[in-house]
Design a protein around this ligand. Structure first.
Ligand code: ZN
Length: 396
């Protein structure tokens, strides 16, 4: 097996020894066809001293501390724990639970375990940061197919469009909520979005259901994700997508329906998916769609960004609750979102250890590094940002 199919947008010019993402190159992509400004090509400024020095320091730190950038024992142990928990909660819900309250509790735990698979196993596998071996990364990434999403489409939507063009409206498909929500000052605003800071929260829960039963199929048929075209999967990738969806629908509906009435199956599937969607959405939103995160747009004529790629990643992203080891364990290091955006090909189990070095280097180079110190402050910040984006055409 090889790794997830690599996209055909221009990739960064150099690869990091530690397996980092764009490193001093100028990622570029074709223009979107949405409402956002659409220069033919987006490029980043050339100032690379910050990125080169940061990468050097992180490589040196990993070497000195003996921490493997990938294939960490801790990541493998965690994968076993998370997958075991998922299997136990699933079997408990489908085969053991008696009464609605047991079912409800197990469904919520199963939703959290599915989110943990996404954040701890699949996310690293999709970025190629789980292992040095492509087939191990592929297996890890394919856990997403089993819990309902296409790992192939995700690799484009998140791995490429989001990670290269973070918070650039029209290019970053992860901040594209369609007409439902406006999270960037460069997206069109609709009258009903003045209430989006209230209605989007429950919609986050519904988004996982949409992803499972609609979004992947729509993207497959259209050949684009939001406004961004992508190559439809063929051969093995198409087989994984179809086989993954079949396995997911069997797990979510087919097997449970052999033991329970269909309406019960649908209610508990909805509960699991609601918890899953809420967790994944809120974790993402607190990192990018909050006060203090930048939403720059390219020059309309040249497509040039004013900031270098690495600086752009830091300024469009916020960490949250870096001090909480327990929550960092569950979140797969996604609370260290700045570190993840700078080094997506380093296993998430290293993010806590490199975080201070990243912050200090940012300060030294005058790059704005920000963090929500509590979960509550991150949630409130997202609430305020939604209210601002829904009520005014300006960033505020
Ligand atoms: Zn990522």
């Amino acid at each position: 097996m090889s790794g997830i199919a690599k996209p055909r947008v221009s990739r960064p010019l150099r690869r990091e020894p530690s397996g980092g993402e764009p490193s001093g190159g100028e990622p570029s992509g074709s223009a979107p066809s949405g409402n956002a400004p659409a220069p033919a090509r987006v490029t980043f400024a050339n100032w690379n001293e910050f990125q080169v020095e940061l990468r050097r320091r992180i490589d040196e730190f990993l070497l000195r501390s003996g921490r493997p950038a990938r294939d960490s024992i801790r990541a493998y142990v965690k994968a076993v724990v998370v997958l075991t928990a998922f299997a136990l909660f699933y079997c408990g819900l489908v085969f053991v639970a008696v009464g609605w309250w047991q079912g409800l509790l197990l469904a919520m735990c199963l939703g959290a375990a599915a989110a943990a698979i996404g954040m701890n196993i699949m996310h690293d596998g999709g970025h190629g940061s789980f292992s040095k071996r492509p087939w191990v990364n592929k297996l890890a990434a394919m856990t997403l197919d089993v819990v309902g999403g296409s790992s192939y489409i995700w690799s484009w939507k998140h791995g490429i469009f989001h990670h290269t063009y973070a918070n650039i409206a029209g290019y970053d498909s992860d901040i594209d909520l369609g007409k439902l929500g406006r999270v960037s000052p460069h997206q069109p605003r609709y009258w009903y979005q003045r209430w989006q800071h209230w209605y989007l929260w429950p919609m986050y829960g519904v988004m996982a259901i949409r992803w499972h039963v609609y979004d992947d199929f729509r993207d497959l048929v259209r050949g684009r994700i939001g406004s961004r075209p992508f190559p439809r999967p063929t051969g093995r990738e198409l087989a994984i997508l179809i086989g993954g969806k079949a396995a997911f629908f069997a797990l979510a509906f087919g097997i449970p329906a052999c033991f329970h009435p269909l309406w019960v199956v649908i209610v508990f599937y909805g509960t699991v998916a609601f918890v899953l969607g809420t967790l994944l959405s809120v974790v993402f939103q607190m990192a990018h769609c909050v006060e203090g995160a930048a939403f720059p747009s390219p020059d309309k004529g040249s497509g040039r960004m004013t900031r270098a790629w690495a600086v752009h990643q830091v300024e469009t992203t916020r960490d949250f609750i870096r001090h909480s080891r327990v929550r960092a364990w569950f979140l797969g290091g996604l609370n260290f979102q700045i570190e993840h955006h700078l080094f997506p090909r380093i296993s998430h189990v290293n993010y806590a250890a490199i975080s201070n070095l990243v912050e200090d280097t940012c300060k030294e180079f005058g790059v704005h590094y920000t963090e929500h110190l509590s979960l509550w402050s991150g949630l409130v910040s997202h609430f305020r940002w939604l209210r601002r984006m829904g009520s005014t055409n300006q960033a505020g």
